[in-house]
Design a protein around this ligand. Structure first.
Ligand code: GLU
Length: 484
């Protein structure tokens, strides 16, 4: 047994940002770990120096933290299995490579790039699979020592056995078999002394006692190489679970060209972490029913790898928007208030000070109408400033010849109210309509226009009750002076 408790890892390469596919991988690992009371580990796979991006690790950790997927062990959280950054483990990979060389499972290769290129070209010509021809396997011990002494550039390759069936057991896909003859003598240690992904990944999964490797389907073709490596070391093989591809709505592989793929883009657009996590959880998993709205703790209790699908998962942005709406609707008002304050701070309304109970009423009146906190400002700016103007189309439709007179009568009745509630405003408008022998609508629409400048929004009595008597009258006066 690798470990008596489940240990899983999210092992991103820091290439600049966290892809939504990466978030899904992290989430499934997290859910599985929490569901099984296991450990969730963050390991940074940064051995490809060509792809190194400064600041990428910090960005990744920050994004993971924002999403709420807390890890138990990682670069800044030692759990006794560190370092958790591969570039800090180079000596370890060298040591394990030497072990393989000594046991004949791996060998030095001094072939020049030119020779490898020629080999590839002739294989292509003969329509053969591009594979290293084990040329350096026949070097004598003396020849090897000589070349090493002379600092001839070299790599170390895995000596893949011929004619073996390599079996991968995958929780999602079942048993997948590969013919070892199709597996290349994989480079393990590169000429710059850095390990390849394959070596570092297997060594670390072993040393970190990873019990389940949960990762994207794109890594399935690498898995026979990993199995061969485990066998070469004589190590127990972890369970594998390869997650389905993420697809654009046209079923092509999810790409930047068709929309955002970076988690930080969704974050900066104002998506809630609850909604994004909920959405990503459904990209390849369901509980066996058609439920779609989940909180993280519900995902933890419902999650199982057995219920992850094999087929690609379509990224449907409308569903994400809907989930954002739902999660925002369910969010405790004090949380929305603090998010709204952040929005207000960076908006044109920043000079205004609004008390919490005012903002709470604004939020409650708009809950059913917004999918994003930002929309509280764009869809109902009138709660934060005087109407900047009056909507043309609404004016045309709703501002009639008698509107000015009726609105001024309504104003006079409103003035007489003392500390009015929503119902008081409503009764007052109703009485004004009766006194003037008109329907309520003749007053409601001009009133809405006067206080909000718009033709739609929450109930007009909600708006005036939130604004209060003084502000309402001020706005009516302004409208009466502007609109004739
Ligand atoms: N570093 C790989 C990646 O960027 C990890 C793959 C794995 O989980 O084995 O996705």
């Amino acid at each position: 047994m690798i470990s008596d408790i489940v240990r899983v890892r999210f092992a991103p390469s820091p290439t600049g940002y966290l892809h939504v596919g990466g978030l899904r991988t992290a989430l499934y690992n997290y859910l599985f770990a929490r569901h099984t009371s296991g450990k969730f580990i963050l390991r940074i796979e940064d051995t490809d120096r060509a792809r190194f991006v400064p600041g990428a690790v910090e960005n990744l950790i920050d994004t993971l933290r924002w999403s709420g997927l807390t890890y138990d062990e990682g670069p800044d959280k030692d759990g006794g299995f560190g370092p958790y950054i591969q570039s800090e483990r180079l000596e370890i990979y060298k040591e394990y490579t030497t072990r393989l060389i000594n046991s004949g499972k791996a060998y030095y290769c001094f072939c020049t790039p030119e020779r490898l290129k020629e080999l590839r070209e002739s294989q292509t010509e003969q329509k053969l699979q591009g594979k290293y021809d084990k040329h350096c396997l026949s070097l004598s011990a003396d020849e090897i020592q000589n070349k090493l002494n002379n600092n001839i550039p070299h790599v170390v390759r895995l000596n893949v056995p011929a004619n073996e069936i390599v079996t991968v057991h995958d929780i999602i896909r079942g048993t997948v078999e590969f013919d070892s003859n199709t597996v290349d003598d994989q480079v393990l240690l590169k000429s710059d002394g850095y390990p390849t992904y394959h070596l570092a990944n297997v060594v670390d999964d072993h040393l970190m006692k990873i019990t389940h490797v949960i990762r994207g389907e794109e890594w399935l073709p690498s898995t026979p190489k990993h199995v061969l490596l485990y066998n070469a070391f004589g190590w127990e093989i972890p369970e594998f679970a390869h997650l389905p591809l993420l697809l654009n709505p046209d079923k092509s592989k999810l790409s930047k060209r068709q929309g955002d793929v970076a988690v930080e883009d969704y974050r900066s657009k104002g998506f809630l972490k609850e909604a994004l996590v909920n959405f990503v959880a459904l990209l390849g998993w369901n509980a066996g029913d058609d439920r779609e709205f989940y909180y993280l703790d519900e995902l933890i209790s419902g999650f199982s790898l057995e219920r992850v699908n094999k087929s690609g998962a379509v990224f449907n942005i409308e569903k994400l928007n809907w989930l954002n709406f739902e999660h925002l609707r369910q969010k405790p008002v004090h949380e929305v208030i603090s998010m709204l304050r952040t929005e207000l701070k960076s908006s044109d309304f920043s000079s205004y000070e609004f008390p919490d109970n005012y903002l709470a009423q604004v939020i409650e009146s708009m809950r059913e109408r917004v999918s994003f906190v930002k929309e509280l400002l764009t869809k109902s700016p009138y709660f934060f400033q005087l109407p900047a103007g009056y909507d043309e189309a609404t004016l045309k439709k709703r501002w009639k010849e008698d509107s000015h007179l009726l609105l001024s009568k309504l104003r006079d009745n409103f003035v007489r109210l003392s500390d009015p509630t929503k119902e008081d405003f409503e009764n007052s408008l109703h009485n004004t309509a009766l006194e003037n022998n008109v329907g309520n609508g003749k007053l409601i629409h001009p009133l809405r226009l006067a206080v909000s400048g718009m033709g739609e929004g929450p109930g007009v009595f909600d708006i005036v009750a939130i604004l209060g008597k003084e502000e309402t009258i001020k706005r009516i006066d302004k409208a009466l002076s502007v609109l004739t």
